[in-house]
Design a protein around this ligand. Sequence first.
Ligand code: IVH
Length: 673
Amino acid sequence: MGDINKVKRRIEELRGLINYHNHRYYVLDSPEISDAAYDELMKELRQLEAEHPELVTPDSPTQRIGAPPVEAFGVAEHPQPLLSLANAFSYEELAAWHKRVNNLLGGRQFDLVCEPKIDGLAVALTYIDGSLVTGATRGDGYRGEDITQNLKTVKSIPLSVSREAPPRFEVRGEVYLPKAGFKKLNEERAKEGLPLFANPRNAAAGSVRQLDSSITVRRPLDIFIYGLGWAAGKPVPDTHWKVMQYLKAIGFKINPNIALCYSLDETEKYYQRLEETRESFPYEADGVVVKVNSIALQQELGTVAHEPRWAIAYKFPAIQGTTKLIDIGINVGRTGSLNPYAILEPVRVGGVVISSAALHNEEDIHRKDIRIGDWVVVQRAGEVIPEIVEPIVSRRTGKEKIFSMPSRCPVCGSEVIKPEGEAMHRCTNTACPSQALERIKHFVSRGAMDIDGVGEKLCWALFEAGLVKDAADLYRLTREQLLGLERMADKSASNVLNSIERSKNRSLAQVIFALGITHAGEQYAELLTDRFSSIDELAKASEEDLSNIKSIGPKIAQSIVAFFRQKENKQLIKKLQKALKEPEREKAKEAQPEELPLAGREFVFTGKLESLSRSEAEAKIKALGGKAGSDVTKKTSYVVVGTDPGSKLAKAQKLGTKTINEAEFLDLLNKAV
Ligand code: IVH
């Protein structure tokens, strides 16, 4: 009995610690402990919970992942309706709204709060006695879908909050996919031949409305809380501004760009400033939400037709332009998919010249009724690939042509098919030169074998010259062959050969992903290495073996089995096995770390790096056996100082830790490899 109480106490302590560190990491962006130390805490908690399943609670941090798939979403009633917002598309419209509010309040003074309007999906989160109990979509405003399981996978949504919080309350916010996550997701989907998401909003909505929360967990979703729906059992602050600070204090992530404005003029300045800087935000914002600060005045102003009178969405002008669709081109992808794209008369949209746009597949082109020769509205948003919004039907001359996919591959002339249930048309010839080239490009790409210095252009040149017909040929390249290529100097040739050599040590997951099996993206490759410890083992797996792995559906299982059955692929794998350093030996992660050049050395970063992202730098360190820490301690070997360093630099100086700049850091990495 005493023992179980001890376990219970330790579990509670671990949950408290993990919640605290989650908050520091995901909400405050300011972790205190290293990832490894965090993993240790999670590991211990998982273990204790596995030994004592009766002690597992729904708000335990372990419950963010691996929730069982739900059959369909239940209904969640909203005790207070979730409203939408009226829009203002110009300063005049904003000023008219402000005047209306002023009149309704009979000239009484009122302040405004301005926040970015996040382009995502509205959710309501209900907490009872400090724990998240329901997460729901907006639905029709009164009844939404219960997506609690999926929202629990969003790391910046606290599963439990401070004891200071009211016993029962509901917060509202916008779940979104950051621009970088969106870009990566679409790149992966493109590689897998899946239809792309048109914008981060759709991608976020698609991600949280997944019936299988193990898919949601792999999407890097985030949230900004923008208000309190209702609260009971404890008084809450009386202005929106104070409510937001209060929500922040009890554990929620609120947008750092929130501002208190005392006049219409200040609001306009805020809007202008945000408009100018919004491209640099990691998320998509489509306007500014302006809200009356006083909650009492909000209540007095009330709502009309599902829209509050006390708030307005002051929208940014869309980054759109019009141009002519000259033609529709087709790229043949790695898996044979025929990817149509728009060839446009170049047009400047929001400071960038656009001459092509994504056209996802034939169905999409017909659904939007886009015809060759049409005048079209094009749109770009942040990092997103430009897209065609719609054709301008009124400008048609009658000479426009309806597009249809060719029945023969534009590259090799082989038959084109459209598999049942798929959106994409495919070339049936696996030896199609375009497919072969795309497979090589995929093989060298980041996330796959990550062969630095072998980019798309070089792949093309090597393929054209007949030096590299498949990925394994890369490992047979000689210096002489490389030097025979145009614009290839001695130094570049050495770099290329070194990069290729280094790639021989890639992890099993990377090798599997690099093979380019249809539908088996990066995440699936990772999953497969949990079950199979070599390529040969994976090659022997049956559809049934594969389908038994959680998250691997019949489509992927079939595709993997089909891949390993093909003669060309068998040959490629044989060649690769000879070239690579026993790729299936073991996962690189499990190589003896003390044998690696940076073993025992810990790096901490402060400030921004110019030539690579922090996560890339950390990955490089880890690959060489080193560690990346989040805080400067006595164990830190180097503090890498980028531009605009933070307080870690002072701490390093205080502790006498060695500091190096980015160039020195890169040099150190180069010497280590
Ligand atoms: S306040 C009654 N604040 O925009 C006011 N909404 O077009 C409720 N949105 O459904 C909304 N960012 O999903 C508010 N900072 C923000 C927002 C925001 C995005 C969304 C929200 C709402 C939609 C209305």
